[in-house]
Design a protein around this ligand. Structure first.
Ligand SMILES: Nc1ncnc2c1ncn2[C@@H]1O[C@H](COP(=O)(O)OP(=O)(O)O)[C@@H](O)[C@H]1O
Ligand SMILES: [Mg+2]
Length: 325
């Protein structure tokens, strides 16, 4: 019996050779069973599955079995298919425990909202035969911003003076994009360092991954703001500083005697946010913004507006220097 996937490839991409011909999938519910060589038939197109996407953090590869890197047989384009995965877990914020979960519908809604706005990844939602909302995403050709920044070959001082000003300028625009979501009544939900990408060629900073949401009605935008704060701390520092990583960055451990518990992050208790202690040339105003995210903070940002207003003042002071990425 001829293999239907082999037939499809012969028809649309005769020059394409793949390791194994799988099956044609019309119901994507069992995403673990969909692998390399399968074809997902969706919205009139055929998506050849190449591999699962993965996220890398602290050197550990975290496979995302529900995120499939695909090749569209009809058009030859690359697409990422994000399949429905219901997951929920509690998030700890200080003494608070906030229920978090994934909502494919939320991501689908945001994709519609941000259509044409390049500060966000682009995509459409197609429904499989079981009604599962599959997000069909355009692939951003680029790299996580944090990796790009981490890999800039410069010591901190040189980075801070030569590169950081234009990074900050673009980061402001990325924050403005989040403000737009909030004004539209939604949240990003998972603002982390690996969800802001630098696109090659255009140099744009673009947000990905919008399906997380949480029940936190007291301060619905709070977690997004904490995400932005952590990202800013990373960008200012060109890395993550903990008691144990100081030496890796060429800093002397004696600095530790100048730090107390209030100088660390509220959300990630081991990370130093009072970066001015490590790098005295960081302007006071900028460091004060970081301190809003510290364990010792008494005032928190309640809106991206407030956060941006402070950041814009800092940018005004340090602008006009540097290369950036
Ligand atoms: N539009 C995109 N362009 C390029 N890579 C993407 C895109 N969307 C997702 N990815 C890659 O797939 C990984 C997993 O996707 P993501 O949406 O973050 O899934 P999850 O919600 O499970 O974290 C991302 O970390 C990234 O490496
Ligand atoms: Mg993700």
């Amino acid at each position: 019996m001829p293999n239907p996937v082999k037939e499809l490839i012969k028809r649309y991409r005769p020059n394409l050779s793949i390791g194994e011909y799988g099956r044609i999938v019309t119901d994507t519910s069992e995403f673990m069973e969909i692998t390399h060589g399968d074809v997902i038939s969706l919205g009139g197109l055929h998506y050849l599955v190449i591999r699962d996407e993965a996220e890398r953090s602290f050197g550990i590869e975290d496979p995302k079995y529900w995120v499939k890197r695909c090749f569209v047989l009809e058009t030859g384009e690359r697409r990422i298919l994000k399949l429905v995965f219901h997951e929920s877990f509690p998030l700890k914020l200080g003494s608070l425990e906030i229920p978090c979960y994934r909502s494919p519908e939320k991501e689908a809604w945001i994709l519609e909202l941000v259509k044409g706005d390049k500060r966000f990844m682009q995509g459409v939602t197609e429904y499989d035969e079981k009604g599962n909302p599959v997000r069909v995403l355009e692939v951003i050709s680029g790299k996580r911003l944090d990796s790009v920044v981490y890999e800039i070959e410069a010591g901190h001082r040189e980075y801070f003076y030569d590169h950081f000003p234009s990074i900050l300028e673009k980061f402001l625009d990325a924050c403005d994009a989040i403000r737009f979501l909030h004004r539209s009544g939604t949240i990003h939900g998972d603002i982390r360092r690996d969800h802001l990408w630098l696109e090659y060629g255009s140099g744009l900073y673009r947000w990905i991954d919008f399906d997380y949401t949480y029940d936190y009605h007291e301060n619905p935008f709070g977690l997004d703001l904490f995400g932005l704060g952590s990202l800013l701390t990373f960008l200012v520092g060109k890395g993550i500083y903990t008691k144990n990583t100081l030496e890796e960055y060429g800093l002397d451990r004696s600095i530790l005697s100048k730090l107390n518990s209030n100088d660390f992050s509220l959300l990630y208790r081991n990370r130093i946010v009072n970066l001015k202690i490590l790098f005295p040339y960081i302007p006071k105003e900028l460091n004060l913004i970081l301190m809003h995210f510290s364990a010792g903070a008494e005032v928190f940002y309640e809106s991206v507006d407030e956060f941006l207003a402070d950041l814009e003042k800092c940018l005004g002071r340090i602008k006009g220097r540097g290369k950036g990425v």
